[in-house]
Design a protein around this ligand. Structure first.
Ligand code: PLP
Length: 324
């Protein structure tokens, strides 16, 4: 029976959904949404705040500031509330309303960037805003998830070993790429493991992370308009780019079977099942990481008007609506 005194102390680390019933492959989906922050970003937030406290960067009176598409913002809000800091989250107009409200409910402030930078998109504009805040008041402490080694360190110390303990015969691991913290931490962990593991990065089409052209992306979490500084492609064996309508369809397919996951999980599942069928991989032990759950996306991915307004009338084909 876990009994806790601070919210970051609880995280379900050993829950997997076997997707064989749906996709025909034994793909094990590691569920990272079962903690008080509701996402995998709890791990990165905890590791970055712990290190900043250890290094004397965060002190009483400090105000944590961070650019986040939402989930890191919720995780930092929770930790800030639990440890007595203030927190300011810089996000953009694509952030879900529920995420924004959660940050505010935890007693923190949200700044919403509405205009992307012409050269570096929304992310570039968010980072410019964070820099401006830090220059204006020395109480601001920017943990900077895009460059901070403790972001990937969290997954090197936790997510990688958790998967290794559950799947000693792991062959292939599918990880979505946002800041690439999860990807790089797991990849670095499995590089020094007892057997080779194929590391497959899943990214959104329109993301510049792996060198593709920038394009419109509406789902938060994966993809970026500025190449992540912590990415080292020498650790990545394959990259799969997924179109957003395919992410949406995968989410609805999971939901029709009772599993309500977030958008990036749809992207990862779509990319992973595509890769597995192309590689005729029935014999492989495969794991994919599901970063969060679906409640925060009820007004977007699970809302027909929103979907049709963005992706067109046919985004949910009749086949997708049926149970699979
Ligand atoms: C829902 C969701 N999925 C995936 C990611 C990507 O994780 P990472 O930043 O470790 O690449 C994030 C990061 O914010 C996220 O919020």
């Amino acid at each position: 029976m876990p009994v806790i005194t601070v919210p970051e102390a609880f995280n379900e680390e050993a829950l997997y959904v076997d997707l064989r019933w749906s996709f025909g492959y034994s793909l094990y989906l590691k569920c990272e949404g079962f903690n008080f922050a509701g996402s995998i970003k709890l791990k990165a937030a905890t590791e970055m705040v712990d290190a900043a406290e250890r290094d004397g960067l965060l002190r009483p009176g400090s105000i944590i500031v961070e650019s986040s598409s939402g989930n890191l913002g919720v995780a930092l809000s929770m930790i800030a509330a639990s440890r007595g800091y203030r927190f300011l989250c810089v996000t953009d107009s694509r952030c879900n309303l529920a995420t924004r409200r959660a940050i505010e409910a935890l007693g923190n402030e949200v700044h919403i960037i509405t205009e992307p930078s012409p050269e570096s998109g929304f992310l570039g504009a968010r980072i410019d805003h964070v820099r401006m805040l830090c220059a204006s008041d020395e109480r601001y402490v920017w943990l900077n998830q895009y460059t901070n080694p403790d972001n990937w360190g969290a997954h090197f110390h936790r997510t990688g070993p958790e998967i290794a303990a559950a799947f000693p015969n792991l062959d292939v691991l599918f990880v979505g790429a946002g800041t690439t913290g999860t990807l790089m931490g797991c990849a670095r962990f499995f590089r020094q493991w007892h057997r080779p593991v194929r590391i497959v990065a899943i990214d959104s089409a329109g993301s510049v992370t792996f060198g593709g052209p920038a394009g419109r992306r509406m789902l938060p979490g994966l993809g970026t308009s500025v190449r992540p500084a912590i990415l080292d492609e020498s650790y990545v064996d394959d990259v799969v780019l997924v179109e957003e309508p395919d992410s949406v369809r995968a989410c609805h397919r999971l939901a029709r079977n009772g599993f309500l996951f977030g958008g990036s999980t749809g992207t990862v599942v779509s990319g992973a099942t595509g890769w597995l069928s192309e590689h005729d991989a029935h014999h492989l032990t495969a794991v994919a990481v599901a970063p969060d759950l679906g409640e925060r996306y009820l007004d977007t991915i699970y809302q027909t008007n929103w979907l049709q307004g963005i992706y067109g009338e046919d985004v949910l084909s009749p086949r997708t609506r049926q149970s699979v």
